[in-house]
Design a protein around this ligand. Structure first.
Ligand code: NA7
Length: 539
């Protein structure tokens, strides 16, 4: 676009990309500061993760009442979650309700996928363009695009030739899908597949699951919330949010300060049984504090879970395939389930071990492995996401001197506090990028921290008449060192997972999250702000 044409662009204080949990709250906060703001959203409605991931069985793994926004007492008072772990349709309705309540839609452009965002060195602002040719200018460009929003479609020979229906779980059709007489394949066995398989296996013609790696799944223990419990939850909101604020992963669970070996075998087993009977992530995040650091401690938990799996699957051969032995418990995301293993006891559900018999190709009629051909009407890819960097890389983001974010991150996905990256002044990342606590967290609680920090920073800049904020290389390098320290003492780097960027062929392996926990992350961010944004150049 010519300079002339650029000058006629609609001008905002901030352009936000993404109308999910982070984007909606950010719009609300920035509006309250008196900023002119717009959100550009690729989907046709608000919701982000909960708009796109509408596959059967999609639901929270966080307690519903620890997941909603905490910023509005009125919103807390008027919203009643119907289940302890709410399903996707209810969560989407909640976010739609938030958009209505705070009149957010008038500043959101839907069906508007951003194609590029370029920093203008002279004007100290960003020009953000969308796929329809629309363009806007803004002092601040903020990505709120999620860390798990770029679906990974594996490069399997012949996929395009399949003549049946096929989609990734994050692109599940909006219209109802009837699988009751269909021959269905699911590729993948991660957290998404576990929820999906459990649900669709209840009413399906025939299901074949193609699994590469078995996972340590833990019962979710969901249930409806009765009126009495509802009243208790409403009264307990201050305590719930305090607990989340102070706990490592912003859940209502906190690690046991003891080592797994501070107790004898009998007591340890009893503790595991108790944690196993509790809902949600208690078994992971209220467990002994050395299970994520000490191989032997971890093995006691891993063996406990393996025994539980064996108890539930009728065929010992299938049970063996569903029992993880190649990685430590918790070094991959622990899927929470509600009858997953029993799905494999059904006559019409078959498990294929891709380690023994890899997929050779997809044909017009189905999937061929190294030892058999299977015919399908539907192939569902539950193959995960290009985490943290994938969604950013899809946008041509260029900072100072035309410097490309994709190029920078292909060698080192570095940031300062997970919220800005050197070379990209006036750009903020809320939640979805690398090295941010928000991806290893009860997500909304960490997003809330991100949104509040970024909006406070913008307020500070406006109050001090500052027009440019840019992370310094020294501070970014120090943050990388700190992020590495937080993970190097854990078992996480030993396992190939999306945490390590190791699920995408060709992606540079490296820790993409922040393992210091929300309280430390918050403290570090607050210290930076309190010291006049040390580590950033402001002018
Ligand atoms: P995940 O956890 O990345 O799981 C993806 C699954 O897909 C996993 O079982 C992979 O096996 C499998 N996969 C990936 N590529 C292939 C190929 N080429 N062939 C066969 N199988 C493959 O993604 P989810 O969507 O389940 O969960 C993502 C997050 O969403 C989750 O952590 C929650 O936070 C919510 P692998 O394990 O790599 O052997």
């Amino acid at each position: 676009m010519s300079q002339n044409a650029d000058q006629t662009l609609e001008d905002f204080d901030a352009v936000i990309i993404g109308a999910g949990i982070a984007g909606l709250y950010l719009l609300h906060r920035l509006r309250n500061l008196g900023c002119s703001v717009c959100i550009l959203e690729a989907g046709s409605d608000v919701g982000g993760t909960w708009y796109w991931n509408r596959y059967p069985g999609a639901r929270f793994d966080s307690e519903s009442y620890s997941y909603g926004y905490a910023f509005s007492q009125e919103l807390l008072d008027e919203w009643n979650w119907s289940e302890h772990f709410s399903g996707q349709p209810e969560t989407l309705r909640y976010l739609q309700h938030v958009a209505e309540k705070f009149d957010l839609r008038r500043d959101i452009a839907f069906n508007t996928r951003v194609s590029s965002a370029h920093y203008d060195d002279l004007r100290r602002d960003w020009v953000v363009k969308d796929e329809h040719g629309g363009a806007r200018r803004a002092r601040f460009m903020i990505t709120a695009i999620g860390g798990l929003s770029d679906p990974y479609i594996p490069d399997i020979t012949g996929y395009a030739s399949f003549s049946g229906m096929s989609w990734h779980t994050a692109r599940w059709p909006h219209e109802p899908v009837d699988l009751s007489e269909k021959r269905v394949a699911v590729i993948g066995a991660g957290a998404t597949a576990v929820q999906l398989i459990t649900e669709i296996s209840k009413n399906i013609g025939h299901l074949t699951v193609f699994q590469r790696t078995a996972n340590y799944c833990k019962p979710l223990r969901n249930g409806p919330i009765d009126a009495e419990t509802q009243a208790r939850i409403h009264a307990a909101y201050p305590d719930i949010f305090k607990k989340c604020r102070e706990s490592f992963g912003a859940f209502m669970h906190e690690f046991d300060p003891r080592s797994a070996f501070d107790v004898d075998d009998e007591e340890r087993q009893a503790i595991y049984e108790k944690l196993w009977s509790e809902p949600g992530f208690a078994f992971w995040f209220s467990n002994f504090n050395d299970i994520m650091r000490d191989r032997a401690a971890n093995e006691t938990v891993a063996e406990f879970v393996r025994a539980k799996i064996r108890e539930r699957v009728n065929d010992p051969k299938v049970a063996a395939l569903l029992t993880p032995t190649d990685h430590a418990f918790g070094t991959k995301r622990v899927p929470l389930e509600s009858g997953y293993f029993e799905a494999y006891n059904r006559e019409n559900v078959v498990l294929v071990d891709l380690r023994a018999t890899p997929i050779k190709e997809i044909t017009a009629t189905g999937i061929t492995t190294s030892d058999a051909s299977y015919a399908f009407d539907v192939i569902i890819l539950a193959t995960g996401f290009d985490a943290a960097t994938g969604a950013h890389n899809r946008i041509d983001i260029r900072g100072e001197n035309g410097f490309s974010l994709k190029d920078k991150w292909s060698s080192a996905p570095q940031t300062l506090l997970g919220m800005q990256s050197v070379g990209f002044p006036n750009m903020f990342i809320v939640g979805g990028g690398p090295q941010n606590a928000a991806s290893f967290c009860n997500v909304p609680r960490c997003l809330e921290q991100n949104v509040e920090w970024v909006s406070d920073t913008i307020r500070y800049m406006r109050e001090h008449n500052l027009t440019r904020i840019a992370a310094t290389p020294e501070a970014e390098a120090a943050w990388a060192e700190h992020v590495d320290e937080t993970v190097s003492e854990t078992l996480i780097p030993e396992t190939d997972s999306w945490f390590m960027g190791a699920n995408i062929p060709g992606k540079k392996r490296g820790f993409l999250l922040y393992a210091g926990g929300l309280p430390t992350f918050r403290q570090k961010c607050d210290e930076v702000a309190a010291q006049g944004y040390v580590g950033f150049n402001l002018d």
